[in-house]
Design a protein around this ligand. Structure first.
Ligand code: F6P
Length: 545
């Protein structure tokens, strides 16, 4: 199906033209006015994904009513999904079709949470990894001196870091028991990253997990070698360093050549992409940190998989996320998407989403090899609320740019600060939609009994145009199940957008270029460099102490 040449670029489809007409029709409509005379708008433009484990409690509620669209737009966005035959795409995804059409592979990360049969190939079985992780979590592993391993350091980058790091940051304290090992993450080749962790580590109790699907990523290998030297310096040249390493990689020979015991090299299937791999053996550190709750994490993703696979387009939450994102990008010319998680535990979520969205859909070449004429992935950025309100929200209120906003809001308990956190998220979405008119500004100043001249002078500076479109995602709480559902929601949004745009969300040829350039610089091949880079490399050499 995906390989067929009956592909039509989306802008050539009838629904695309209808959507362009809608954009013209709505161009001058203030967002707030879309609620006027339409008391049912909020309910109509909200969707839920059920939680099969708790009947009556939704796993997730998504309110799209603060988006700059109306029912007619939604209808034609859904029509676009039909005209691109997204139903076939979803079937292809869940039945092991080669949706990764440049590398000729399936993308069946959902199989790791039981949502579809695993395609052929190794790595689907995580039993050995799970046994190892639980032995480590239960204090049954010892280092070369016989002391119990109590500290895991994951060395990996990109998808071999961001997913497990997010899960551990979000959940480790919820599921830690008194004895569970400490879990740290090192990603950057900057010596300060690994150094900071080693400075507070005991080599006799530390185990390094080298997470690298390719076992060829420069940063990861450099850090793994530095960690090995640190162990050797501390434990002696004759120490059995194999007791302090494990690896998650498909390159078993390379990993064992490095010194990892063959029984501690855990593969992941080639049909699981790096940025979709937290559900696989890459999730090892998360399993150590949260133990059996990892299965709840998988269950939450399974619930979202089932919703995406079986729910009609009209009520399909990941599809609406995808369609609304396409509407903002391609019809409202909104260049960026801000991920605003209102939860300290989700402070790494924007970084995880950046890789998922920008490495998946930051592309311009279509299924048929031609270049796209429409914008694809937005620039994803963000920050945790309420901290962002005191950092970048000013630009959202009074800057010159329109920004799409995803408020991600776990409701949680009745602690007054937790309640204030949720209230702030709802208030920000409302205020950024409504803005403040010049009349309202003047009234506010008049209420302070300021002289008329002062009111005239200040009022323009208090105006906030509003009209910032947002989606609010409410989760009952942030636990393993709901985090799994949230991450799967965005995975399916990204797949659906890739399908709609006609690009491949599962390869990443672009980043290879940067790696080649870095290797050339490292080898001192400055004659291959442009004049600016060669000169800068020379200056850097001179400045190096
Ligand atoms: O950024 C490029 C990339 O290949 C990502 O897709 C991947 O998650 C990361 O580098 C790490 O790759 P590996 O797991 O092979 O070290």
């Amino acid at each position: 199906m995906v390989e067929d040449d009956a592909f039509t670029a989306p802008q050539r489809l009838p629904a695309w033209s209808a959507l362009a007409a809608h954009a013209r029709r709505l161009a001058s409509r203030p967002l707030s006015s879309l609620f006027a005379d339409d008391p049912g708008r909020a309910k109509r433009l909200s969707l839920t994904c059920d939680n099969p484990a708790i009947p009556g409690e939704p796993a997730l509620v998504a309110d799209f009513s603060k988006q700059a669209l109306d029912d007619a737009v939604i209808a034609d966005l859904i029509q676009l999904a039909r005209e691109t035959r997204l139903d076939e795409g979803i079937h292809c995804l869940f039945t092991g079709g080669k949706v990764n059409f440049t590398e000729g592979r399936a993308a069946a990360h959902m199989a790791m949470r039981g949502s579809c049969p695993p395609p052929s190939g190794t790595g689907a079985n995580t039993l050995a990894m799970r046994a190892f992780a639980f032995a480590l979590r239960d204090g049954k592993l010892t280092g070369s001196t016989g002391k119990t391993i109590r500290h895991l350091v994951n060395i990996g980058i990109g998808g071999s870091d961001l997913g497990p790091r997010l899960v551990c940051e979000a959940l480790a304290d919820l599921y830690a028991d008194g004895e569970s090992p400490r879990v740290d993450f090192v990603a950057n080749i900057d010596p300060r990253d690994l150094g900071a962790v080693l400075d507070r580590s005991d080599p006799t109790e530390t185990l390094f997990v080298v997470s690298s699907k390719s076992f060829g990523t420069m940063e990861t290998l450099a850090n793994a070698e530095a960690a090995r030297q640190w162990l050797r310096d501390a434990l002696g040249a004759d120490a059995d360093l194999g007791a302090h390493f494990a690896a998650v990689s498909n390159e078993v020979k390379a990993a064992t050549a490095f010194g990892v015991r063959p029984t501690r090299v855990f593969p992941l299937p080639d049909w699981v992409g790096g940025r979709y791999s937290v559900w696989s053996a890459i999730g090892l550190p998360a399993l150590v940190a949260i133990g059996g709750a990892f299965d709840e994490f998988l269950s939450g993703a399974w619930a979202m998989d089932e919703h995406f696979r079986t729910t009609p387009f009209e009520r399909n939450l990941p599809l609406w996320q995808a369609l609304v994102g396409l509407w903002n990008t391609d019809f409202l010319a909104i260049e960026t998407l801000a991920a605003l998680p209102y939860a300290h535990a989700l402070r790494s979520f924007p970084a995880w989403l950046q890789q998922l969205e920008m490495e998946s859909n930051g592309k311009h070449t279509l299924r048929d090899g031609s270049d796209t004429y429409v914008n694809t992935a937005p620039i994803v950025w963000g920050g945790v609320g309420t901290v962002g309100q005191h950092a970048f929200h000013q630009l959202l209120y009074q800057g010159t740019r329109r920004v799409a906003l995803d408020f991600i809001v776990p409701v949680g308990d009745d602690d007054p600060r937790q309640r204030a956190l949720v209230d702030n998220a709802l208030a920000q979405a409302a205020a950024l939609m409504a803005g403040r008119s010049k009349e309202a500004a003047r009234a506010q100043l008049a209420a302070r009994n300021l002289p008329a001249a002062e009111i005239d002078r200040l009022a323009p500076h208090l105006v906030s145009p509003g009209n910032q479109p947002s989606t609010t995602l409410l989760l009952p709480r942030l636990d393993a199940f709901h985090l799994g559902a949230l991450l799967a929601l965005y995975e399916h949004k990204v797949f659906a957008q890739g399908w709609l745009w006609g690009i491949n969300p599962f390869d990443q040829y672009g980043v290879e270029l940067g790696k080649e350039m870095a290797r050339a610089l490292a080898e001192g091949l400055t004659d291959a460099q442009d004049a600016s880079t060669a000169r800068l490399a020379g200056i850097a050499e001179g400045l190096r102490q």
